[in-house]
Design a protein around this ligand. Structure first.
Ligand code: SDX
Length: 428
């Protein structure tokens, strides 16, 4: 492999360093390009641009590979707990028994949120989308813990903020759901595990106990692990760039939730179910919708299909698809939209339009079907994605801070009007 890339500009040859990662990915380091050549690069949507060097997650889009800190996603989804994976992403290794006990205990004892936050919940209109509520509540947390704004905070203070966020996001999410229904808040229980606690806060009532079905808890644990990190995706890049200004972690995560909400990103899991329901209401006519997705003049896209990086099957979609049948069978549910999803996938994967563009089902294509089966309402699907992605966002923010990366500030090429003279109003 060559050590440098040669660039010939205006008759001059420049040598740019080559960077190679531990999984043999290669990059041309252009960090000194403008200073040496006066040129910048242009790359709309950063499709060819690496923002950083990271030790957290590795994706191979061509081979459909996803590793967290070197562990294959298939092993972690099958064998680990979500909090184990959260620890792995944030601290770099799987925890030993003592580390796991400390981490779990810290999370368990920070699940409550300040009672004053209830007044903010009450201010939202009925039917407020829970992603808007969650983003606002996470940013509000920064006002209750102003010490998190201190850029020179200690390692212990950073740990406390990270643990507070992981502990409180299920509480805030469940409270957003309960207040949208006008139902009383159910408080976290220290006797329950992470996913069980969330399910209890979502579905228990003061008037009756909620029995957590182990099948449901296991499915949720797996879904949270599958969503936990995905290298420099849109919302993670948002968290990194907001955090690079030394804004506090609560506000950086709040910005990540806002970015995830978009239907092209994490909001796709809600959009997939709405699309499948639309196709079902239309009599299940798959072909008509596939033709619409291919029509450039039609804004309809096959939600849950395609990916910026995966040009093969999204490994998470494979695992979730398998779990779909498993969870629905165990719960004795037959969901007609699952059959529509499978037919849609089958038709699309034979259609040259999708094959030529390497468009496969992504993580969002099947996840909504499982969320629905375990009783999560559609508008909460992207909130589930945010709960899962939180440890990844935190790990990426922590890596950026520890590496002392500079404030993110891309350049541009200006192509607007030049040399204009101001004219008074009566002369225009
Ligand atoms: C997530 O980045 C991550 O890692 C994200 C994520 C994570 O874990 O963080 O994996 C989570 O966001 C998954 C993606 C969820 N979004 C959707 O399912 C929405 C539907 N998908 C598309 O909008 C699209 O595929 C994107 C946004 C996911 C990717 O878009 P790109 O990389 O910018 O690709 P593109 O839009 O340039 O598409 C290339 C071609 C285009 O056609 P041509 O102009 O070449 O003729 O493929 C077409 C697109 O029109 N295309 C689709 C399509 N997706 C792409 N056509 C129909 N239906 C689709 N779903």
């Amino acid at each position: 492999m060559s050590e440098t890339a040669k660039l010939i500009l205006d008759g001059q040859t420049y040598e740019l360093p080559i960077v190679e990662g531990t999984e043999k990915e290669k990059a041309i380091d252009i960090s000194k390009l403008r200073a040496t050549t006066g040129y910048i690069t242009l790359d709309s949507g950063y499709k060819n641009t690496g923002a950083t060097v990271s030790k957290i997650t590795f994706l191979d889009g061509e081979k459909g590979i996803l590793h967290y800190r070197g562990y294959p996603i298939e092993q972690l989804a099958e064998k680990a707990s979500f909090l184990e994976v959260a620890y792995l992403l944030i601290y770099g290794d799987l925890p030993n028994k003592e580390q796991m006990e400390f981490f779990e205990n810290s999370i368990t004892h920070h699940t409550l949120v300040h009672e004053d936050l209830r007044r903010i919940f009450e201010a939202f209109p009925t039917g407020a989308h829970p992603m808007g509520v969650l983003s606002a509540m996470l940013a509000s947390l920064s006002t209750y813990y102003p010490e998190a704004q201190n850029p020179n905070r200690s390692v212990e203070a950073i740990d406390l903020t990270m643990h507070r966020l992981i502990a409180k996001i299920p509480t805030l999410a469940a409270q957003a759901y309960k207040s949208s229904l006008g139902q009383p808040t159910i408080y976290p229980q220290n006797s329950l595990g992470y996913t069980e606690n969330f399910l209890n806060m979502m579905f228990a009532m003061p008037t009756y106990e909620y029995e957590v079905d182990p099948v449901v808890a296991d499915a949720m644990n797996k879904l949270l692990i599958l969503h936990a990190d995905h290298e420099q995706n849109c919302s993670t890049s948002t968290v990194r760039i907001v955090g690079s200004s030394q804004a506090n972690l609560y506000s950086s995560i709040s910005a990540g939730v806002a970015a995830l909400w978009g239907p092209l990103h994490g909001g796709a899991n809600q959009a997939v179910i709405e699309m499948l329901e639309m196709i079902k209401a239309d009599g299940g006519n798959i072909d008509r919708w596939i033709e619409r997705a291919k029509d450039k003049n039609d804004s309809f896209r096959l939600m849950g299909f395609g990916h910026r990086v995966y040009k093969n099957f999204d490994p998470r979609a494979k695992i979730i698809k398998k779990s779909c049948d498993d969870v629905l069978n165990k719960l004795g549910i037959s969901d007609p939209v699952l059959e529509i999803a499978k037919k849609l996938e089958e038709h699309a994967l034979k259609d040259p339009y999708f094959v030529d563009r390497q468009l496969y089902p992504n993580v969002d294509f099947y996840s909504g079907i499982i969320y629905r089966a375990i009783g999560i309402p559609t508008e909460m699907f992207t909130v589930m994605f945010a709960i899962g992605r939180l440890p990844g966002w935190i790990a990426q923010w922590k890596e950026m801070i520890e590496r002392g990366e500079p404030i993110g500030r891309p350049r541009q090429i200006y192509n607007g009007p030049v040399n204009r003279e101001y004219k008074p109003l009566d002369q225009r």
